[in-house]
Ligand binder design. Structure first.
Ligand code: G4P
Length: 530
């Protein structure tokens, strides 16, 4: 048989997305409220006091500890309205790393959460750019409208101007800042009035009024919101699914995750708007039909984060076919068979085995020592998916073994962790592995590197500072010129490609402006060679 037609129905029920936001915009709160609204959680607890020091676990693991619920550290799966929702975690705060970006290669859409008093913040912007480079559709949630913030119209303008993305509000807030009453649903012109429940632990009360009823009851408050909507109508900023799917417009929803206002409407939008998985393209740009035998790619590796499970898990986004636990998949990179006996959905400290999964789902393969980030896995019909992007590093460190007698172990750990994508290892051809430079997008990657080198490879490592602040890919001709200049270093990746490191961003920009022939391409939106 060439394909399994029942897979099409299962794939059509999948909604696979991630939330992108700046720390503190409300991603964790919203995630929890999604669970509440989907019926996966009876009561939402309040965020426990935080000591500010986050560990190398995801926000969800923290939620799991503080709220006593089971949530996977990589993906949260729950049913809602006949669909299977897969919400992938984008680690933030201290644990921001290349993994955070790579998650966005495994989703079909993103929900961008903005704190209404702050608008678009730096981390949101970075993540947005990765979404844009992939053409991912984005739904926007204006959060924290329960408290005084910026005017929603101003926020809409900011989205349009800074992201070059057409905002198309679907719901619009009603009420003075700090006195958020509900939303206008612009599709029906109805007023959805919310009432608070104690600490937002249960769903907000909700009643629906016609525009006439709302005008009679709310008077000027209603008129003000209606006036905003008239402006939006006049500028044609209304929901347009086609441009949304193309990544050119963003449906906007108003709300407050803490009080649950607008959360139900947003979750419904995930079902109604997030596209179900579509046939993936292989390396040559040929689409592989969804019903062809199982295939997927590894987008994240997690190792030894939990001391009671000293192994390595590869997270695989399934792209086609039916996955059944125990089936044998082939690793495209070397043609070797890989048993999926230990397939799992990873629930923090606990693990549930997964028996069956479909396109859009994520499975965790345990004991995946031979797998690498970006690997394609397939059953029966060979395929290779495009390489995952690499990202311009933003933080740098030097590394050397504390005990020179452990150099051999240091060296093999270095090679392994580089290959796994834990950090990027950059070497000076003259000194090689003696004191390589580590590069990453988040400093936590260095901590994971040092921890694993010591505990898995037995080589304690000393991390040192690095004067460099920005890196660009380059070629041999430009490298030869750059090597003559001070404040710049050209190093090599393990695949022999060259990377130029600069001590000042300004200096780099000047150099590029003065030397248009230099090959120092910006890693457009974090994507190299994609
Ligand atoms: P994050 O995962 O994006 O980092 O954000 P998180 O959900 O942890 O929320 C960050 C803070 O913002 C929390 O406050 C949370 O309660 C608050 N918050 C989230 N959504 C809303 C909202 O809709 N309205 C208001 N007013 N606040 C919101 P905290 O100070 O860290 O904790 P707590 O003291 O409030 O419990």
């Amino acid at each position: 048989m060439n394909g399994d037609p029942s897979v099409l129905g299962e794939a059509a029920r999948r909604r696979t997305f991630a939330i992108i936001s700046h720390p503190d915009a409300g991603k964790t709160t919203l995630t929890e409220k999604f669970l509440l609204y989907a019926g996966a959680l009876q009561r939402a607890g309040s965020v426990q006091a935080r000591d500010g020091a986050r560990s190398a676990t995801s926000d969800w693991m923290e939620m799991e500890q503080t709220r006593g619920i089971s949530i996977t550290s990589a993906v949260l799966q729950f049913p809602y309205r006949g669909c299977v929702i897969n919400l992938l975690d984008t680690p933030g705060h201290r644990d921001f790393s290349e993994d955070t970006y790579r998650v966005l290669t495994a989703v079909d859409a993103a929900v961008m959460v903005l704190d209404s008093s702050k608008g678009i913040e730096s981390q949101t912007l970075k993540l947005f750019e990765v979404c844009r480079a992939r053409g991912l559709p984005i739904i926007t949630f204006l959060n924290k409208l329960d408290r005084p913030g910026r005017s929603p119209l101003e926020l809409i303008d900011e989205i349009e101007e800074r992201l070059i993305l057409q905002p198309t509000p679907v719901t619009w807030p009603v009420g003075e800042p700090g006195d958020f009453r509900g939303v206008i649903d612009r599709r029906t012109d109805e007023f959805i009035r919310f009432t608070r429940t104690a600490r937002g632990a249960t769903m907000a009360g909700q009643d629906v009024l016609t525009a006439t009823e709302a005008a009679a009851q709310l008077g000027r408050t209603w008129e003000a919101a209606r006036g905003d909507c008239d402006l939006l109508d006049a500028t044609g900023q209304t929901l347009d699914v086609k441009t949304f799917l193309a990544g050119d417009s963003t449906p906007v929803f108003a709300g407050s995750a803490i009080t649950n206002f607008g959360v139900g409407q947003l979750l419904d939008a995930v079902v109604d708007l997030v596209p179900s998985p579509s046939p993936p393209f292989d390396r040559d740009g040929v689409p592989r039909p969804l019903e062809t035998p199982c295939s997927g790619f590894v987008f994240k590796m997690q190792a030894n984060m939990d001391p009671s499970h000293r192994d390595r898990i590869a997270f695989v986004r399934l792209t086609t076919g039916r996955f059944e636990r125990g089936m044998t998949l082939t690793r495209a990179a070397n043609g070797k068979a890989f048993s999926t006996k230990y397939a799992t959905t990873v629930f923090g400290a606990e693990r549930d085995t997964v028996e069956e999964a479909f396109p859009g789902d994520v499975v965790g393969l345990i004991n995946a020592r031979d797998l690498r980030i970006g690997d394609t896995l397939y059953a029966e019909q060979p395929v290779v998916f495009p390489a995952l992007p690499t990202f311009d590093p933003e933080v740098f460190a030097s590394a050397r073994p504390r005990d020179t007698g452990r150099f051999k172990q240091f060296r093999s750990g270095l090679a392994q962790l580089d290959e796994e994508g834990v950090v990027q290892v950059l070497r000076d051809p003259d000194t090689g592995d003696r004191e390589p430079t580590l590069a990453a997008v988040g400093a936590l990657q260095f901590e994971v590197f040092a921890h694993r080198l010591e505990h898995e490879f037995g080589a304690a490592v000393e991390l040192g500072g690095s004067p460099y602040v920005v890196a660009r890919r380059t070629d041999a001709a430009t490298a030869a010129k750059l090597r003559r200049l001070t404040g710049i270093r050209v190093l090599q990746r393990s695949d022999a490609s060259l990377v130029a490191l600069f001590e000042s961003k300004y200096r780099m920009e000047r150099l590029i402006a003065d030397n248009p022939d230099f090959m120092l391409p910006a890693n457009a939106s974090g994507f190299a060679g994609s």
